[in-house]
Design a protein around this ligand. Sequence first.
Ligand code: ATP
Length: 370
Amino acid sequence: MDTTSHTDQTTSATAEQAVRGSSSRSPATLPTGSAEGGAVSTATTTGEGHQLHIDSVVLSARGLRCRYGRFEAVRGIDLEVRRGELFALLGTNGAGKTTTLETLEGQRSADDGDVEVLGLDPRADRRALAARIGVMFQASGLPGDLTPGEVLDVWTRLVPGAPRHLDAAAVLDRVDLGHRAEVRVRQLSGGERRRLELALALVNDPELIFLDEPTTAMDPEARQRTWRILEDLRAEGATIVLTTHYLEEAEALADRLAIMHGGHLATTGTLAEMVASQHATITARLPDDTPRLPSPLEANAAQDASGRLIVSTPRLQDDLSELLSWADTHGVHLEGLQAADASLAQVFHRIADSSPANEDVTITSQEGAR
Ligand code: ATP
C-alpha cells in the first residue's frame, strides 16, 4: 500500500487545491503545457471533437493489487484519470473493475501498489475523500418504504460534505425523477431506482464521481437520458469514472477508456487510439466456384465457419474498390457485402478471447479477505 509520507500528501493536496481553484466544479481552463510540481496540463480532443482542458491527474494507481484470500482479483494495474474527463472502465465479467473502483473510493485497502485520489490516500483519508467524491454502487439496496425525497434526506445526513439542508427537489429534477418524488421506492422501475442511486451520488456536489454500471437495467431511452445527465455533469467540471458492459455507452461518453481482463489492464487510451490498432473488415458471401481474388486481397482474406469471406485490411477504401472491381470484372454477386471500420467491439473481443497474462499468485502474507 502507499507509504507516502504525510508531508508528501500535504504537498500533493495543496498543489491539487491550487490547481482546483476556488470552485471545485468549474471546468478547468488553465493554459496547456507542462506545469511545475507534478500537475500536468495538457489539451486533447476527443473522438467527438470536444476539446478537453486537462490540468491535472486527479486519480492515479501504480502497481495496484487486490486480493480476496488467496485469489488475486487485481494484478498490478497502472491507471490515471485527469480532471474533467469521463473515464470508462470496461472489462469481462470478474475482470476486477468493481474491486478497482472500491479501492479507489477508499472502501477497501489495496494489497500492494500506490493509489492517490484527489491528492489523498483513499483508505487512510477516506473521510476527507468521501466529502469530495460521489459513489454510485452496483447495487445499493434502497429501502422500499421510503420515498425518493426521504431517501435523499437520510443519505444527506450520512455523507460528509453534503449540505445540511439539501434541495432534494433540485437533485431529483437533475436525474429526471422530480415527478416521482412522492412515490415509494418499491414502486419505482429498475431504471428509476438506478437514477435515484445516481442522485445519492450527487448530494455533496462531488468533483469526482464513481459510477459502477450506472445504466444497467435501463431501457434504451432511459439510458440515453442518463447519458445526457452525465454529459451535463462533465460539462460543469465533474470528473467521472464509470464501469460499464455497454460498449456503445463507452463509445458515446468516454474521453478515455481502459479494458480489464483477468485482473490486468489490457489496454487504455482514447477510442480513436484503441481502434487505430485494429484493421477494418470487409465481409461478403461469395458464390461457389468464383475465380481467385487478386493477390493483395487474397493475402488478407479468410473464410469463417459458414464460408463467408472476411478481409481484414488497414486500407479499407483501396481494398473495397479492388474487390468491387474484381466482382464487376468476373460478374460475381457479393451477397451481404459489408465494410466497416475497426470498432471498440473488435478491440474488446480480441482481448476477451485472449488468455489474460497468467501470473502465479504467490501470497506470503495478508491472506484472507478483509
Ligand atoms: P462484473 O463485470 O462481473 O461485475 P468485475 O470486473 O466488476 O465483474 P469484480 O467484482 O471486481 O469484477 O470481481 C473480480 C474477481 O474477484 C471475480 O473473480 C470475483 O468473483 C472476485 N470477488 C469479488 N468479490 C469477492 C469477495 N468478496 N470474495 C471473494 N472473491 C471476490
